[in-house]
Design a protein. Sequence first.
Length: 271
Amino acid sequence: MDNTVLRNHALKIRQKIVKMVFNAQSGHPGGSLGAADILTVLYFDEMDINEENLKTTKRDRFVLSKGHTSPALYAVLDEKGLLNEDLSTFRQLNSNLQGHPNMNEVPGVDMSTGSLGQGVSAAVGMAIANKLDELPYRVYALVGDGESEEGIVWEAMMAAAHYNLDNFCVIFDQNGLQIDGNVQDVIGPLPLKEKAEAFGLHTVECDGNDYDSLKAAFKEARETTGQPTAIIAHTVKGKGVSFMENNYAWHGSAPNAEQFEQAMKDLKEEG
């Protein structure tokens, strides 16, 4: 898909993210905004997923292992026309759009996630199932760099490599920040590329906010045979909103009315 079209989708997705978190006065805007370009390329350029195959096993699958960035997932599903929910109900009482995605309530959510590390393990299981069923579809999982401090993430990497899951692609969203600050100051999970390689994954680095770079990385993953692929996607936390960019304070904070207006100006809201 043309990069201009992708950019327009990503802009709308970011607007929706900010609106959801502002309306709820709760949620995680920083990582959601940073990952918006990754999800845009996945859903509009890379994955085989549409309204016709959404409820079948005959499509690619995506697991948001860093489940707290659910605003990004809900926004991209809505932008793709796959979400049958009102985004304004995000995190409201009795809403299906919970703070962490629930596969039992929201079609298009392929795994309920929230406890960090468990989503990527489930994604590996899906990839194994596709191999056993001889289905040609791919499984993608998005993992945070803070999340990569969880040991279960690396157990999943070992399993993916052991079973030669070349239908599996894990994307590490490396923005360098988590709720308590710089990831290296918390427990130091870096370097991710060298670790993924040591665990048996074909590994490629890319700019996670650049469409050509993301497209090239996903193409390399598709063309890699005999082993899974890890994409180390360098992103800017809070991308697109001036006062949120590279500021870990916006990991899980909602903007006030004045900040919301500034965010919408940054994202070139019209009307």
